[in-house]
Design a protein around this ligand. Sequence first.
Ligand code: PHB
Length: 385
Amino acid sequence: MVKQWLAGAALALSLATGTAVAQDTFKIGLILPMTGPFASTGRQIDGAVKLWMQQNGTTVAGKKVEVILKDDAGTPETTRRLAQELVVNDKVNVLAGFGLTPLALATVPIAAQAKIPEVVMAAATSSITEQSPWVIRAGFTLPQVTVPLADWAAKNNIKKVVTLVTDYGPGIDAETAFKTRFTQAGGQVLAELRVPLRNPDFAPFLQRVRDANPDAVFVFVPSGQGSVFMKQFAERGLDKGGIKLIGTGDVTDDDILNDMGDVAQGVITSFHYSAAHPSAANKAYVDGFKKLNGMRPNFHSLGGYDGMRVIYKALETTKGNTDGEALMNAMKGQSFESPRGPVTIDPATRDPIQNVYMRKVEKVNGELYNVEFATVPNVKDPMHK
Ligand code: PHB
């Protein structure tokens, strides 16, 4: 029903306007969770989009770029409705944002129907880009950042692990990637625990971790939930119980890391971005972001910043041609130097190939940071065939 209605509306629209009428505005429909439990992701990406536009202007190949920001509060039904409205009423040229996997997935049929790019800035389940050729990702995937950590653990005297992940796409990706790689390297996974996405209570799961007594617990929680997890981890005394905490960098998210207190110190994570990444480009990025937005940028902000870069570059390459297919083709294969390091959008999978860094939480000038100590270069998502 909805599909038919949308197709009808799109047809009526193209008949009414005609493709010959040149549009001077290039519209980006940006859908983010600006309220609700995942609002930190929305704030970060919105701040990064604003920084990109402040630094790079609002005119590209003769077109005036307009960003239309919509708040989906993290609810897929709302994302879908907003995406539809942006396509039909606002006639956006690109849909972008998507703070969680279900929100990106809800938009896939709409972008495909409209034949416009869906630029995923945050959602990180590997399979999202496989759903349609109109999806392209500027952030990262969970398997991509997990595999280097499994290798590190196996080489650093960690033999028995319990995995504890949020029970939806990215968590299951992290669990699968960790277990596969770690057991191949001779490690053992004693238990695989999955915690609900909404209003999680980690306490009973942490009790099970303690009972299993592994060398380490591997954790994935989506950004925004790290402080609750760390608080409960410390309350149960696990930080002092000899069980190491390792995870993807979502748990020591730069947006909230500084408020976590001493419990976070020493936590080892793997990730594609740290606010402490030692490069001139990153220093300028962090300074610019803080000045504009009054907070430290986290990894999701980079998905927003580089997502805008990918869109701008595509429009430059097409010389202002807004045809969806032309834009998609101009997005695939882009290579650039990001504040996180070198990034290439794999033309085959439409996912970023990038460095993954091993990091340890340390106090630097009185603030907690994820300090990088090793680099695994040019990592591809290992799940795509
Ligand atoms: C996701 O829903 O795909 C997601 C959200 C937050 C993260 C990672 C993945 O930190």
